[in-house]
Write a protein that binds this ligand. Structure first.
Ligand code: HEC
Ligand code: HEC
Length: 495
């Protein structure tokens, strides 16, 4: 079901389908370098430095995802550090005595970026505690008027908010204001048998809301759970040339491999142009800056020049919320976080280094890499790219990077479906997440929860949840011998 079908095709035609940053000779060279390998006897050249020249080769520990790109200039390192302070900053409610820190909420999910992007890594499901901080529910409903349809079709909006609760459920509020409600997850264990008789239990979540503060949700509002993804390599993802993403799209599955892959589109607020959506679990945001500005507004309730809503995600019908003071201090600017806050946080977000691979030459890792390629995982988890020579930041230009993603939307089957249309993505589609840094999850975040809602408790479960376009790859995994399954997991853990 592609609700934005025809418009989508026209809009795609306007994007560059050929790399306009390279000479014909360089294009050939790049094609050779990024062609998937067919030889698994030894590591490929530069494979260990999966983030290119900026790859962090620092010691593996809890800080492994928090280093800056190794090829920043000294001045840029300083900018990164200022951005880091703002990424960690705990915002407070207004009016406060701390100048330039207030404006929190009035409704919010967390007080700092870092509260969700824990150690710049991933969040986790609540796990039986009341702490749902690093995961929340996005709310959306279908269009009801021509105007609303027009807004979606022209990518002015990625989705339409619930009339009372807005675009996401905020489970926290400033003192004196009711919070919106609480996400409730019920897990049901479902045993799955692999071909060799091994039984793996998958937990199937069901989502609902409790303690609603402002009456019922609209009957047509859908709930889409989102666990916080890691911050690794964002600027490099942004630096991938659009032609290289378009090249993997195959919406009508012309090559007949059962995998289609659609390009997500969004409007880049900086230029007003239609651009490829790359960020978020449904690839609804085109740039890191756009993603950061919507996070300030929706997750923390802080207005920025790009999203100047002082009351964050409060809706007009939430009158008590709308009447509360906002944190604007006119001597500093006309938003709660005036320039250069968003610029600094964006710079920080763009420059968290990709960690170096561990054990690229280990025989088990190489065997697992072979399995990864032969099962067809690389159809979606595309191994490598050479970034654009035109990238904004010289540190991100012309780098050989290994994110293991096509940044396209795929139908992943009913098991993972949230039933929510966001931008181009329909209710069964998700963006292929990059896999670099996967193996550091446990060291950095003390857990191994994967997928958009953290339902997978380890990598094996994450693979077994793959359905839809990935069904064949998933079945291939279920048919492996234990030694090959172990090798595949060892490969993923080396990323
Ligand atoms: C309440 C938790 C929360 C807070 C606070 C938060 N984020 Fe996020 N962040 C998320 C979630 C969840 C996603 C995935 C969003 C989606 O799929 O719609 C995300 C996605 C992102 C991404 C894109 C990652 C990717 O792989 O595409 C970036 C960049 C980002 N956030 C930056 C920020 C910045 C900067 C801040 C602070 C201004 C921030 N976030 C605050 C939860 C949070
Ligand atoms: C049809 C495209 C496709 C194929 C083929 C595919 N994947 Fe995925 N993969 C995805 C998408 C999309 C997601 C995100 C799904 C979600 O979060 O609901 C994902 C998620 C993952 C994750 C979890 C990542 C995270 O950050 O939570 C892992 C690990 C993974 N895939 C490994 C594999 C392996 C191993 C194979 C081959 C056996 C494979 N995938 C085949 C598209 C694909």
């Amino acid at each position: 079901m592609n609700l934005i079908g025809p418009a989508n095709a026209d809009d795609l035609a306007g994007l560059p389908h050929i790399r306009d940053d390279l000479s014909a000779k360089d294009r050939k060279r790049v094609e050779r370098v990024v062609a998937p390998t067919t030889s698994f006897g030894a590591a490929e050249k530069f494979e260990a430095r999966q983030g290119g020249a900026g790859t962090s080769t620092k010691m593996v520990n809890r800080d492994s995802l928090s280093h800056f790109n190794a090829n920043l200039t000294f001045r840029e390192e300083e900018t990164f550090k200022l951005g880091n302070a703002l990424f960690r900053k705990l915002w407070v409610s207004s009016p406060s005595s701390t100048l330039a820190s207030d404006g929190l909420g009035p409704l919010f999910n967390a007080r700092a970026c870092q509260s969700c992007h824990i150690k710049d890594g991933r969040g986790h499901p609540p796990e039986g505690t009341a702490d749902a901080t690093s995961m929340f529910l996005r709310l959306a409903r279908p269009a009801r008027t021509d105007e609303e349809r027009q807004a979606l079709e022209s990518y002015v909006a990625a989705s339409l908010p619930d009339p009372v609760y807005g675009g996401q459920m905020q489970d926290l509020a400033v003192p004196g204001l009711k919070s919106e409600g609480r996400m409730v997850i019920d897990y049901e264990e479902q045993p799955v048998s692999l071909d060799d008789g091994t039984v793996v239990s998958l937990r199937k979540p069901t989502y609902s809301v409790a303690d609603l503060g402002y009456g019922p949700l609209d009957p047509e509002t859908t709930l889409s759970p989102r666990m916080t993804p890691p911050m690794t390599g964002m600027g490099l993802i942004e630096a991938i040339h659009p032609a290289d993403i378009l090249a993997h799209a195959d919406p009508d599955d012309r090559d007949g491999d059962g995998v289609s892959g659609r390009v997500a589109l969004a409007r880049d607020p900086a230029t007003g142009d239609i651009a490829i959506g790359r960020f978020g679990w449904k690839a609804q945001n085109a740039t890191v800056r756009q993603q950061s500005a919507t996070a300030f507004a929706g997750d923390i309730g802080i207005s920025t020049p790009d999203v100047p809503a002082g009351h964050g995600d409060c809706m007009p019908s939430q009158t008590e919320c709308m009447e509360l003071p906002v944190g604007i201090q006119l001597d500093l600017g006309d938003t709660e976080a005036p320039d250069p806050v968003l610029e600094l946080v964006t710079f920080y977000s763009q420059n968290l280094a990709v960690p170096a691979r561990r054990g690229v030459d280990d025989p088990e890792v190489l065997a697992g890499k072979d399995v990864f390629y032969s099962l067809g995982c690389t159809t979606c988890h595309v191994p490598k790219y050479v970034t654009s020579r035109k990238a904004d930041n010289p540190a991100h230009r012309f780098q050989l990077i290994w994110p293991y993603s096509d940044f396209l939307l795929h139908d992943m089957g009913e098991g993972l479906a949230d039933g929510q249309q966001v931008g181009v993505a329909d209710g069964t589609e998700w963006r292929t997440p990059p896999l670099w840094g996967t193996g550091l999850t446990e060291i950095v975040n003390d857990h191994t929860f994967f997928l958009h809602d953290g339902r997978a408790r380890n990598l094996t479960e994450a693979i077994l949840w793959h359905g839809g376009e990935a069904q064949t790859a998933r079945d291939g995994f279920a048919g492996l011998e234990k030694a090959d399954r172990d090798a595949l997991i060892a490969f993923l853990n080396s990323l």
